[in-house]
Design a protein around this ligand. Structure first.
Ligand code: C2E
Ligand code: CA
Ligand code: CA
Ligand code: CA
Length: 279
C-alpha cells in the first residue's frame, strides 16, 4: 500500500521496500526479455507535410511481459540505463530495424529510413558506436537509412565526447536528430557544434500551439531558423487536424503524432495519408 508522510513527502520504509522489490523483479524479467528477443519494436510515421507520404519512421521499444503485463518505455528504459542493459537494448533495436529496412526494401515499401533513440548515456559507453556500426554493416543497408535521435541530456556530461562521437557517426553517413528540442537549456551551442540534420520540436510546444501565442511564435522561430541552417524539422505529438494545418502553414517538413498514426507493428504502417483537410 502506498503510504507517504503527507507533510514531508517521505516514503515509508515498506513503500520503499516495495518499490525496490518491483525494480528487482522488473530487472530480472527485462534481462530475460532482451536475451529472448521479447521486446517488440513498434514504428511511428513521420509524415511529410508536402506529400503526406511516409518515408521515415521512428522505432519505439515495446515490452509486453508475460509475467508483468505491459511495461511502459518510460519505466523500462531508465531501468535499463541504471543497470547497464541499455547498450544491449540499443543493439537489439538497431538489429531489428536493419532487418525491417531490408524487408521493406524487398517489398518496395515507401519507408526507407528508421530513426532510433540513443540513450543519454550512449556517449559514455566504451565502443558504443563501433558496436552499432558492426550490426549495420552486416546488413545491406546504407547508413543514411538510419537516423539516431539524441537529446540534449546526453551532451551534458561532456560535449567534447558527444561531438567526437556524433562526428564519427555523421562521417559514416548516419543522420542525426536532436530530440525533444526546445526543452533543454543551451540548445544554440549544441546546434553550432554538433553535426545535426534534424530538429524534433518537443510535444510540449505542439500541445499549446493553438492557445498560446508565445509557444506558436517559438515554433515558427525554430522552423525558420532550421531552414536557414539547412536542418529539417519534425513536430512531435501532433494530435489534431488544426495543429497539422498550422504547422504546415508555418513551413514544418514532417509531422509525427497520433493524429496520423500511433506507433504500430511494422506491417501496420500507413504509407500515405489522404489530403483530408484542404491543406
Ligand atoms: P520520445 O523519443 O520522445 O518518443 C516519443 C513518444 O511520444 C513515444 O512514447 C510516442 O509513442 C509518443 N507519442 C507520439 N505521438 C504522440 C501523440 O500524438 N500524443 C502523445 N500523447 N504521445 C505521442 P513512448 O513510445 O512511450 O516512448 C517514451 C520514451 O521512451 C521515448 O520518448 C524515448 O525517450 C524512450 N524510448 C522508447 N523506445 C526507446 C528505445 O528503443 N531506446 C531508447 N533509448 N529510448 C526509447
Ligand atoms: Ca525520439
Ligand atoms: Ca521526442
Ligand atoms: Ca518527448
Amino acid at each position: 500500500a502506498a503510504r507517504r508522510d503527507p507533510i514531508n513527502n517521505i516514503m515509508f520504509y515498506d513503500e520503499q521496500k516495495e518499490a525496490e522489490q518491483r525494480e528487482d523483479i522488473l530487472l530480472t524479467e527485462l534481462r530475460l526479455a532482451i536475451l529472448r528477443g521479447e521486446i517488440d519494436i513498434f514504428y511511428q510515421p513521420k509524415v511529410s507535410f508536402e506529400t503526406l507520404e511516409v518515408h521515415k519512421v521512428e522505432a519505439l521499444a515495446r515490452w509486453n511481459s508475460a509475467k508483468l503485463g505491459f511495461v511502459s518505455p518510460g519505466e523500462f528504459i531508465p531501468l535499463a540505463e541504471r543497470h547497464g542493459l541499455i547498450m544491449q537494448l540499443t543493439e537489439y533495436v538497431v538489429q531489428q530495424s536493419c532487418e525491417q529496412l531490408v524487408l521493406w526494401k524487398e517489398e518496395k515499401h515507401s519507408v526507407n529510413q528508421i530513426a532510433i533513440n540513443l540513450s543519454p548515456t550512449h556517449f559514455q559507453i566504451p565502443d558504443s558506436n563501433k558496436r552499432l556500426i558492426e550490426i549495420i554493416r552486416a546488413h545491406s543497408i546504407n547508413p543514411s537509412q538510419i537516423e539516431f535521435e539524441i537529446t540534449e541530456t546526453s551532451m551534458m556530461q561532456s560535449i567534447e565526447r558527444a561531438e567526437k562521437s556524433l562526428d564519427e557517426l555523421r562521417s559514416i553517413g548516419f543522420s542525426i536528430a536532436l530530440d525533444d528540442f526546445g526543452t533543454g537549456l543551451s540548445s544554440l551551442t549544441y546546434l553550432q557544434r554538433l553535426p545535426i540534420n534534424t530538429l524534433k520540436i518537443d510535444k510540449s510546444f505542439i500541445d499549446s500551439l493553438l492557445d498560446c501565442e508565445k509557444d506558436a511564435a517559438i515554433v515558427k522561430l525554430i522552423i525558420d531558423f532550421a531552414k536557414t541552417i539547412n536542418m529539417e524539422t519534425v513536430c512531435e505529438g501532433v494530435e489534431t487536424l488544426e495543429q497539422a494545418i498550422l504547422l504546415q502553414k508555418m513551413g514544418c517538413q514532417y509531422a509525427q503524432g497520433y493524429y496520423y498514426q500511433k506507433p504500430v507493428p511494422a506491417n501496420d504502417i500507413t504509407s500515405s495519408f489522404e489530403c483530408s483537410n484542404d491543406m
